[in-house]
Design a protein around this ligand. Structure first.
Ligand code: AMP
Ligand code: MG
Length: 412
């Protein structure tokens, strides 16, 4: 039997992303309903933000040149709270002003009230006790957003702060990509669902909850097609069903080349498939291909088959399925950030494969390692808060700088 080629993680990712194109359909949703969606088009601000020069402090609006002429003593000629407009500042006067209020014409600086003194004996007079610089404590019109200029760029993930920017730009609705639709099923005759009795030699299906939650965390619609028995006909039937109305099918298990592994022949019969061996640990085998849609033989649904071991399927989802989904979503930022962190552990035995170790940031700013790194021990990922990307052939000694990727960055 021909051994499939061994790919590096980077090569596998490149081959995976090359044919993936973003979904084209978009919809307009109210800003309040847009959290976690992907912006489909650039949007521009309707207004200047802030709309006028305004003060960022409670204090007195002044003309700097007047202060020398009047030895710092000015007449308080007007009062401008936020939400109202003052009048032009007359020479030798100051305006009492409050945060957010527009700067009156003629004023060129604000002095915060802590640097001023007033006396009940001389009402309507303020002593300015500092020499302000021109422009101080003034927020300029349009310094945040400019009317007609792009406020948010297509392809961005809409987080709370982007929703706030949209609102400050005066927008009520945003154009977003339609949600990517992902179907998942789980192969293995040994699998039971929690709540059912375990079969002899059986285990509970944990990949279902991990993978469906990963799919949802990325903002996709997730369809659970359940456990599929280790039979070719059942696997083919599940693929045909999953190909309807979905952009992507994810499976776990059955991607090795044993007699009980039916993913490869099933996907080949219903579409086409490449079975890859990726030089990573955990998660060596990965299947990538497509399944013909029954209704339209010209179009197909993407297929990614993950290994069955719980840590392997989780890690391969984060490394390969996540970027693939982000590409389908039309996101511009696909790569998760990597941070250089200090290892507070030893990993003396280098592996030929690129290892992804489950670690946790400690209070000293270093990384601790979960002692059991077996691909079946999912508690390593629950204990950890991220992965160390350990290059092939590299051992780690305590104190070394290593590449750390937080789970939070991989699940959004
Ligand atoms: P496979 O990739 O099908 O050869 O499975 C590899 C290992 O992962 C076996 O020990 C399976 O029992 C286990 N496994 C497969 N699918 C699941 C699942 N959905 N939940 C938990 N363990 C699984
Ligand atoms: Mg199996």
């Amino acid at each position: 039997m021909n051994k499939p080629p061994m790919l590096t993680a980077a090569q596998a990712l490149e081959q995976l992303l090359a044919p993936a194109i973003p979904v084209s359909e978009l919809e307009s949703v109210p800003v309040q309903a847009a959290l976690g969606r992907i912006l489909a088009q650039d949007v521009s601000s309707l207004v200047d933000v802030p709309p006028l020069d305004n003060t960022s402090m409670d204090g007195y609006a002044v003309r700097v040149a007047d202060l020398v002429a009047h030895s710092g003593l000015l007449k308080v000629a007007q009062r401008i709270p936020a939400g109202s407009i003052g009048t032009a500042l007359q020479p030798g006067t100051a305006a009492r002003i409050f945060t957010g209020a527009p700067i009156p014409s003629g004023a060129d600086a604000v002095v915060m009230q802590e640097d001023c003194s007033t006396s009940p004996e001389v009402p309507n007079q303020v002593a300015i006790n500092t020499t302000p610089t021109a422009g101080q404590w003034i927020r300029r019109r349009g310094e945040d957003l400019t009317a007609g200029k792009v406020a948010l760029q297509a392809g961005c993930l809409l987080r709370p702060q982007e929703l706030g920017v949209a609102a400050s730009a005066g927008l009520t609705h945003l154009p977003v990509k339609r949600r990517v639709r992902v179907a998942a099923f789980f192969t293995g005759d040994e699998l039971s669902l929690p709540g059912e009795p375990l079969k002899p030699g059986g285990i509970y299906n944990s990949n279902r909850d991990t993978l469906l939650a990963c799919i949802k965390a990325l903002g996709c619609d997730a369809t659970d097609l359940g456990i599929v028995p280790d039979r070719l006909d059942a696997t083919r039937a599940a693929l045909r069903e999953a190909s309807r109305d979905h952009d992507l099918i994810i499976t776990s298990g059955g991607v090795s080349v044993g007699e009980e592994d039916h993913i490869k022949p099933a996907v080949n019969a219903e579409g086409q498939l490449n079975l890859w061996q990726i030089a990573i640990k955990p998660g060596k085998p990965l299947a990538f291909g497509s399944v013909r849609k029954q209704a339209d033989a010209q179009s197909s649904t993407w297929f990614i088959g993950l290994p069955g071991n719980p840590v392997s399927s989780f890690v391969t989802f984060l490394l390969f399925v996540r970027p693939f989904i982000l590409r389908l979503q039309g996101r511009t930022e696909i790569a998760a950030p990597t941070y250089q962190m200090r290892a507070d552990f030893d990993w003396p035995k280098a592996d030929r494969r690129n290892e992804f170790l489950r670690v946790k940031v400690n209070t000293e700013g270093g990384l601790d390692l979960y002692p059991n790194q077996s691909s079946g021990v999912l508690t390593s990922a629950a204990w950890g808060d991220g992965l160390v990307d350990c290059p092939p052939g590299q051992a780690i000694a305590s104190g070394d700088l290593v590449s750390y990727i937080p789970f939070t960055a991989l699940l959004s």
